[in-house]
Design a protein around this ligand. Structure first.
Ligand code: SF4
Length: 121
């Protein structure tokens, strides 16, 4: 486990506005892109490499995120950036009406994703 890595990841996450989630969007929890640092962090928590697990599931025709358990995210506190951006960027609005106080500009979301790629796993 790397405290330094996790601090860096969490600092980037903290730049994403919060939204009041009604917990209805689990049907959108499919195959997701993960930064290497996020992949490692989730692997340390779950004991499974999430990217490898996703590929294995896709090969069986399952496109549901392996972290989804009983329609809830089992790693909610460390969910990846792409999951946090869902609903807070105008182009990825929640279809259940959950909205942030202010949308995050798309340009900023791209910058955050790029910075996250630079965090060493
Ligand atoms: S990590 Fe959690 S929030 Fe993200 S797609 Fe998977 S189950 Fe959904």
């Amino acid at each position: 486990m790397s405290e330094f890595r996790d601090k860096k990841i969490d600092k980037l996450y903290s730049e994403i506005p919060e939204l009041k989630c009604k917990g209805l969007c689990y049907d959108a929890c499919g195959v997701i892109p993960l930064a290497p640092s996020e992949n490692r962090r989730i692997e340390e928590r779950t004991g499974e490499n999430p990217s490898v697990k996703q590929v294995m599931l896709v090969q069986t025709g399952c496109y549901t995120c392996p972290q989804l358990k009983d329609n809830k995210c089992s790693i909610y506190d460390i969910r990846p950036m792409i999951c946090r951006l869902y609903g807070v960027v105008k182009k990825m609005q929640c279809r259940h009406g959950c909205r942030p106080k202010k949308f995050l500009p798309e340009r900023k979301s791209r910058k955050l994703l790029l910075k996250l790629e630079e965090v060493k796993p």
